[in-house]
Write a protein that binds this ligand. Structure first.
Ligand code: G4P
Length: 313
């Protein structure tokens, strides 16, 4: 698994969240609707454990609406959790957000007990865009003010509703390999942290399973959806490369160019509205990933307590 990154500012952000969460009524977790499970930061769940949570499934305009509905149902069935789908075309998202927060913390409101909300999300999830829309002409207060750290912004959405913003945060180690690929495909991870060819092949393997007809429409493969779904990933990539002219001199496939093309098409929605994971799939990936991680840790522990073999003389 070749997706590695150095999560900049993670320690500062983590500290800011730990401090702020003590005085928070609701946590808003922004998720990417194309990969809701993978875009949820496992560290955040740890830092905010127990707080009522509003899941904002964002960029719904890019995602498969049927799968978005599945994710909303999945989250709404969880205790102390509400979920809404949003995208940047909503010009007045504040009303839905304020209403959901009041449902989650009904005892808060009014000048004496204002609603205090922390908003979090991985980089590129659309948090700045949403905050700008929410702010309208209001100004955000940042640092150098009693009770606000340099690392956070406070926005008053109403006289009795404060939103605290934190920098986008990724986590240092991915336990679910599928999540690493989906995050890389979405653009949440810096380009140097992954291998485009590997990410594009994984992306095609998800897309062919659920969106073969959309792949055919985009790349004019001239194949039935069942035929596309049963093609090995490399063959599918090769067929796309040939259709789109990603061919090196001598007629060989230019794998790098083909990979970049597929990733760019996914990011720009040229393949249409797609979602890379369902709640059921993600739950399974998570269980497998956590088990593999536990085994890895157990092996590491065993190695560290094994006495060194005596050297032969
Ligand atoms: P961040 O603060 O969470 O890092 O994300 P940001 O708001 O900067 O948004 C990241 C990218 O996602 C931006 O595109 C932004 O326009 C786009 N975006 C945000 N919300 C939505 C949405 O609901 N739907 C769609 N389709 N896109 C959204 P960009 O190409 O990086 O920048 P630009 O085109 O805005 O200049």
């Amino acid at each position: 698994m070749s997706i590695q990154w150095f999560p900049g500012h993670m320690h500062l952000t983590r500290k800011a969240i730990t401090e702020r969460v003590k005085e928070i009524d609701v946590v808003i977790e922004m998720l990417d609707a194309r990969l809701p499970g993978s875009s949820a930061n496992p560290l955040l769940a740890e830092l905010t454990a127990g707080r009522p949570t509003l899941k904002v499934v964002n960029k719904q305009d890019m995602a498969d609406p049927v799968r978005t509905a599945l994710w909303l149902d999945h989250y709404n069935a969880q205790p102390r959790t509400r979920a809404i789908a949003l995208d940047a075309s909503h010009t007045a998202p504040a009303r839905a957000i304020i209403a959901a927060c009041h449902e989650l913390a009904p005892n808060r409101g009014g000048m004496v007990k204002p609603m205090r909300v922390l908003i979090c999300g991985i980089p590129n999830v659309g948090k700045s865009t949403l905050i700008n829309t929410l702010m309208g002409r209001r100004s955000a207060k940042t640092g150098d003010e009693a009770g606000i750290t340099r690392n956070e912004q406070r926005i008053a959405l109403a006289d009795d509703f404060y939103l605290y913003d934190t920098p986008g945060m990724l986590w240092p180690r991915i336990v679910v390999p599928e999540s690493g690929y989906n995050l890389a495909a979405s653009g949440a991870v810096g380009r140097n942290a992954y291998d485009e060819q590997e990410v594009a092949l994984e992306l095609l393997s998800r897309l062919k399973a659920a969106y073969a007809a959309q792949l055919d429409a985009r790349y004019k493969l001239g194949l039935l959806p069942e035929a596309i779904a049963s093609l090995p990933d490399e063959e599918l990539m090769e067929a796309i490369a040939r259709k789109r002219g990603a061919i090196a001199s001598g007629g060989a496939v230019n794998w790098q160019k083909a990979a970049e093309l597929v990733i760019a098409d996914f990011r720009s929605n040229a393949i249409g509205r797609v979602t890379l994971e369902t709640p059921g799939e993600f739950t399974q990936w998570l269980a497998t990933g956590q088990q593999a991680d536990a085994e890895r840790l157990a092996r590491k522990k065993e190695r560290s307590i094994k006495p060194a073999k005596p050297r032969k003389r």
